[in-house]
Design a protein around this ligand. Sequence first.
Ligand code: ZN
Length: 117
Amino acid sequence: MARLIEELKKLPGVGTKSAQRYAFHILRSSDEDAAALAEAVRGLKASLRLCSICNNVTDIDPCVYCASPVRNRRLVCVVEEPTSIESVERTCAAQLSCEDHAHRHRRSRRQRDRVHG
Ligand SMILES: [Zn+2]
């Protein structure tokens, strides 16, 4: 128990009280849940690493973003944690499809004007 509490205290934002609460929660949880937690930690270290170019969390090195041939290599988006990459990617994709949609909308209106004019 003391060993688990010491390990949990190494996590960011986890003090002695939280570590004790987590340890007691794990103690009370089912064998399956405890094993799943242990296996998730082991699996994370076994299958994932940080990209050698951008420090993104990845299962292949370089990561999909750094390995992509269609990305602009002169433009860098800096985020604090790899977890922020997905929301930036989603926002960019949404903006691109909106621009694409606006472009198509403009074009279809022009075509419509031509039909009416
Ligand atoms: Zn990368």
